[in-house]
Write a protein that binds this ligand. Structure first.
Ligand code: NAP
Ligand code: MG
Length: 500
């Protein structure tokens, strides 16, 4: 994006479209993605045994567009009888069809799903942005292509499991109960379903209450791909539905992505059973910038690290650790860059920052940001006009943050960056590791030897060097400590779904 002269720029002109402004001669005309590619039904059922049907007790809940608060659809709320039915459907599909099927046949279905995701990519992207509030350029360029890539990647493993390093004839576990969050709704569904199906398991998936629509469209794609009934079941609902699923005695494997708090509850619910469990939980990653780093590049990495997807990212680089000698220069350039980000309509192709996913999440972010001020850190946001309706939070940077501040310790899960400084590499390692989490970290330096030295000392599942938030289906992802256990992605991701 072209640099603009912030000083000369007037305050934001078009309500809700610009964080700072676009400066003289650099205004962005609206560029909305057409919404009519998506037809949203007034009401959606549960996807059980290959067909959509209402909940047994007829209960529904509404899902809304968080950018406008407009209700999008009513969705069935699965109760215990529905969870029973979905698990039973998955069980018989596993025993009669999917378990005995040759891997090369299973692969064909996964390839078909992957291709359908590509063919219907624009529809999925628009629906994801409507239901979640994320900018269309992210759903279009990241979420949907990566979801398709996961199906392609695991389709390739389905007939090669004996070469995956888990013995000559690795067996599936049976029925997988999978509970996912709202930050990457379709992508998390793909992370869960693709390896499970490739390994020969059948699935019952519970999407988040605020973002059920793309999982239901994926269910339609499963129908379109001719997937045998019961192999994938999607049961919508709130936390209670998730709790009923993970504690159901017919489930052999539980996979969860979400908060550490709920992850602990699930670990307790599963303890003492023979269910296999993987947990992908929260994070408070350090993004570490050394004085020899290319600063402009590092600033882009910092922005991508914490403002991508409104900071609703478990591996977000939410703690910037910057070497003291360059701290002022880095923060100044970061602020200049943030003033050029555009916040507003998620369907606008120029939007950088979309809506916060829910009123509840906005309250949580606001409360933590207030604690930062109360504890003495300095709060900064670019000049910013927020839309009147919907849930919005401006990009925010805290400087003068100390390690004991709540904003340095707790996961905010919003567009809020805490800046800390360090003098030596040892101090950087000590501060980076001073967290109960351990999901990810970033390093910015010109020295390869320093990258390797740090990567060995950082207690984080993923360490990015001179880049951030890069994902690939072939590379494993997962955490240490309170960030959870188990790996998703790559060959390692298969282990969670095989009896090894
Ligand atoms: P959450 O409560 O952990 O929700 C994740 C999923 O678990 C959702 O599908 C949720 O359903 C379901 N769930 C809730 N209670 C459950 C239970 N007792 N048993 C089984 N499933 C249950 O996360 P959240 O409330 O959406 O967000 C809270 C915080 O979690 C965020 O502020 C953030 O810090 C963190 N978070 C982390 C990630 C991540 O990727 N690591 C993702 C999301 C959130 P409902 O959505 O219907 O309640
Ligand atoms: Mg929604």
């Amino acid at each position: 994006m072209a640099a603009v002269n912030r000083e000369a720029a007037p305050a934001s002109q078009e309500a809700g479209r610009d964080v700072g402004s676009d400066g003289p001669g650099w205004r962005y005309a609206p560029a909305p993605e057409a919404r009519d590619i998506v037809s949203i039904e007034p009401e959606y059922g549960l996807f059980v045994s290959g067909a959509f049907r209402p909940a047994a007790d007829g209960r529904t809940f509404a899902t809304i567009n968080p950018a406008t608060e407009e209700p999008l659809a009513k969705v069935a709320e699965a109760g215990p009888a529905d969870v029973d039915a979905a698990v039973a459907a998955a069980r018989s599909a596993h025993e009669e069809v999917w378990g005995p099927m040759r891997g090369s046949e299973r692969a064909k279905y996964l390839y078909r799903i992957a291709r359908q995701l590509q063919e219907r990519a624009r529809e999925f992207a628009v629906l994801e942005s409507l239901d979640n509030g994320k900018p269309i350029k992210e759903s279009r360029d990241v979420d949907i292509p990566l979801a398709a890539a996961h199906f392609f990647y695991y389709a390739g493993w389905a007939d090669k499991l004996e070469y995956a390093g888990f013995g000559p004839d690795p067996r599936p576990l049976g029925v997988a109960g999978q509970v996912i969050p709202w930050n990457f709704p379709l992508l998390m569904a793909a992370w869960k379903l693709a390896p499970a199906l490739a390994a020969g398991n059948t699935c019952v998936l519970k999407p988040a209450e605020t973002t059920p629509l793309t999982a239901l469209l994926l269910a339609e794609v499963c129908q379109q791909a001719g997937l045998p009934p019961g192999v994938v079941n999607v049961i919508t609902g709130a936390g209670g539905t998730g709790a009923a699923l993970v504690s159901h005695p017919g489930v052999n494997k539980v996979a969860f992505t979400g908060s550490t708090e709920v992850g602990k509850e699930i670990a307790r619910a599963v303890a003492g059973t023979d269910k296999k469990l993987t947990l992908e939980l929260g994070g408070k990653a350090a993004n570490i910038v050394f004085d020899d780093a290319p600063i402009e590049q590092a600033v882009e990495g910092i922005v991508n690290g914490i403002f991508f997807n409104q900071g609703h990212v478990c591996c977000a680089g939410s703690r910037l650790l910057v070497q003291e000698s360059v701290a002022d220069a880095v923060v100044e350039r970061l602020q200049r860059r943030l003033a050029t980000l555009r916040l507003g309509d998620p369907l606008d192709k120029n939007t950088d920052i979309g809506a916060i996913n829910s009123a509840q999440q906005l309250v949580k972010i606001s409360e933590l940001a207030q604690s930062g001020e109360a504890e003495g850190a300095r709060r900064w946001s670019p000049p910013c006009q927020l839309p009147d309706r919907g849930y919005w939070f401006p990009p925010t940077v805290f400087t003068g943050v100390s390690q004991s501040h709540r904003i340095a310790r707790e996961e905010i899960f919003g567009p809020v960056l805490s800046v800390l400084t360090f003098r030596t590499p040892d101090e950087a390692v000590a501060k980076a590791n001073n967290t109960p989490y351990g999901l990810s970290a970033g390093i910015w330096t010109d020295k390869g030897s320093r990258i390797l030295w740090l990567a060995q000392r950082l207690r984080a599942g993923v360490v990015w060097a001179n880049t951030y938030n890069r994902f690939d289906p072939a590379s494993p992802f997962g955490g240490y400590q309170e960030s959870g256990y188990g790996r998703e992605g790559g060959r390692h991701g298969l282990a969670a779904y095989l009896d090894v």
